[in-house]
Each structure stands twice: as structure tokens, then as C-alpha cells.
Design a protein around this ligand. Structure first.
Ligand SMILES: NC(=O)c1ccc[n+]([C@@H]2O[C@H](COP(=O)([O-])OP(=O)(O)OC[C@H]3O[C@@H](n4cnc5c(N)ncnc54)[C@H](OP(=O)(O)O)[C@@H]3O)[C@@H](O)[C@H]2O)c1
Length: 272
């Protein structure tokens, strides 16, 4: 019998790459998303094209009933869940803490903490039914630095990681592995918009400043999620894997990136 994955944020970007990748690894997939119906249908079609089953479910994680809708779709359609990948996310406007409305923190916590929490609570009983199952939280390398001008996102991802690490400590005795993937800058709509808003630049303009000279692709992040969901990670739980080439400074530090982009315009970069 096929394994079953529930993937949030699966209509595009990292989530879409994770959904397709987990299908390639033998999962039938619940493609959960918020509102981009055409994009979700394309992901479902791509999964079906490789011979796996998929169902799309539109539900906002910020809606208290959204996670229950995703969970019941998974169980009603496939009858089991083996892998839960929390990939949905939203960026926030770049303002100082002192100028950021509390409502923006609430919006970030709704998507990065309360939505994943409710979905996890709904699906853990089903994950426990499998001999081995896995939960992966896609956080962000921002929690390494807590850079300025993004406090609601920093707080949302830090809360997500606290939830994930606590869950890992509890669920290892029930056969459920729980891990965190923390990307740096990724070439997705969210990443492209962030660089456009912060610097008025195309994301690929930063490539010469980034480790290995290129922007991380959604598939690069998905590869790590797929590994964490695989038997190869059978004894990994409670870990956080940064996917940022080992250096997140340029992509997460807006002020440093401004300086680096100016320097780049003055000539090639030499040394670290
Ligand atoms: N891109 C980066 O540079 C970067 C860096 C570090 C971490 N991350 C994290 O990686 C994850 C994936 O981001 P991405 O870059 O792939 O972003 P993306 O391309 O903007 O995709 C975001 C996904 O999340 C869904 N989503 C947004 N709000 C939602 C809500 N309230 N309820 C349910 N689904 C919602 C969107 O659905 P719709 O399309 O239907 O709205 C979409 O599928 C996020 O957790 C993000 O924080 C991204």
C-alpha cells in the first residue's frame, strides 16, 4: 500500500516541490493550499502523471477550521497518513519592532504556529498508527540571526521551531520522527518578492554573493525534506537542518545585502 503525505503550501514554491518529490518517493499526496486553485490543480496533475494519487484541498491555516478540513480530506480520501510536511508560509512587511502592529504578529503566528499546531494535533493520532512516520516543519534560517526588519516572521518561525522540537521529544516514543528544515533564500514567489521589496532587485542578482554562486531552488529544499521523510533518516529526530550553503548573511541581513550589492556593482568579490 502507498504511503500518504499531507503537504501544506503545496500549490507552489517549496511545498509544490516537496509534494512532487514525495510522490516520486512513493507517496500519494494531499496537496493543501490556500487560494491558488489553478496552481494546485497543476501540482495534482503532475503527481498523477507519475502514477500516484493526489487530492487538492483549499483551506487557510489562518482559519481555525482549516486544519480540520485538511486532516479529514486526508483520512476520507486515503485512510492513513505517513508523512506531514508543513511548508506553507507568508512573508511580512519589513519594519522595526516599534513600528509593527501587533496584528502582524498575530497574522504570522496564525500561519506559522497555530495552523501547523492544529493540523499536527489532528494528524498525530493517525501518524502514530504507522510503524514509522515523519513530520517535517519548514522554518527559516532567520531564526539563527533574528535580524531586524522582520520581527513577526522571526517570531512566527521561532514559535514553529519550539513546537517542532517539543513534539520531537514527545513523539519519538510513538514512532513519529519530527524534524526541521531551515532554508536561506529560495527562488520562489516569497523569496523573489522579498528581494524585490527589500532591494528592488531580481533575486538572481544576489547569486554572486551567495554560497556556491546561485540561489537555492525549491527542489534543493525539497530534497532535504524527502530525506527526512525517508527510511534513510530512520534514526533522525529533533534535528534542524539549515539549507543555506552554510552562510545566510547575505540573504537574511537586509542591511548587509545593501552594502554587498553596492560592492558588487564596484567590482568582483574577492575572498570571504
Ligand atoms: N522563499 C524563501 O526565500 C524562504 C526562505 C526561508 C524559508 N522559507 C519558508 O519556506 C516555506 C515555503 O515558502 P515558499 O518560498 O515556497 O513560498 P511561496 O512560494 O509564497 O508559497 C507559499 C505557499 O503557502 C501557502 N499559504 C500561504 N498562506 C497560507 C495560509 N494562510 N493557509 C494555507 N496556505 C497558505 C500558499 O498557498 P496559495 O498559493 O494558495 O496562497 C503557497 O502554497 C514557507 O514556510 C517559508 O516561510 C522560504
Amino acid at each position: 500500500m502507498a504511503r500518504v503525505a499531507v503537504v501544506t503550501g503545496a500549490s507552489r514554491g517549496v511545498g509544490a516541490a516537496v509534494a512532487l518529490g514525495l510522490a516520486q518517493d512513493g507517496h500519494d499526496v494531499v496537496v493543501a493550499y490556500r487560494r491558488d486553485h489553478d496552481a494546485a490543480r497543476e501540482v495534482v496533475a503532475a503527481i498523477e502523471a507519475i502514477g500516484r494519487r493526489a487530492v487538492a484541498v483549499a483551506a487557510s491555516l489562518a482559519d481555525p477550521d482549516g486544519p480540520a478540513t485538511i486532516a479529514s480530506t486526508a483520512i476520507d480520501t486515503f485512510g492513513r497518513v505517513d508523512t506531514l510536511a508543513h511548508c506553507a508560509g507568508v512573508a511580512c512587511p519589513g519594519a522595526d519592532v516599534v513600528d509593527t502592529p501587533v496584528a502582524e504578529f498575530e497574522r504570522q503566528l496564525a500561519v506559522h504556529l497555530y495552523g501547523p499546531l492544529r493540523l499536527t494535533q489532528a494528524l498525530v493520532p493517525h501518524l502514530r498508527e504507522q510503524e514509522r512516520s515523519a513530520v517535517v516543519f519548514v522554518s527559516s534560517a532567520v531564526t539563527d540571526h533574528m535580524r531586524g526588519l522582520g520581527s513577526p516572521y522571526n517570531v512566527g518561525k521561532a514559535a514553529m521551531e519550539a513546537l517542532a522540537r517539543t513534539l520531537a521529544n514527545e513523539e519519538r516514543y510513538h514512532g513519529v520522527r519530527v524534524n526541521i528544515v531551515a532554508p536561506g533564500l529560495v527562488d520562489t514567489e516569497l523569496g523573489r518578492r522579498f528581494i524585490r521589496a527589500a532591494h528592488g532587485r531580481d533575486i538572481h542578482d544576489l547569486a554572486p554573493l551567495l554560497p556556491f554562486g546561485s540561489v537555492c531552488a525549491p527542489e534543493d529544499v525539497a530534497a532535504v525534506v524527502r530525506f527526512l521523510a525517508s527510511e534513510g533518516a530512520a534514526h533522525l529526530s529533533g534535528v534542524r537542518l539549515p539549507v543555506n550553503g552554510g552562510d545566510d548573511d547575505v540573504s537574511s541581513n537586509v542591511a548587509a545585502t545593501r552594502v554587498a550589492l553596492d560592492e558588487l556593482a564596484d567590482g568582483p568579490r574577492v575572498g570571504p
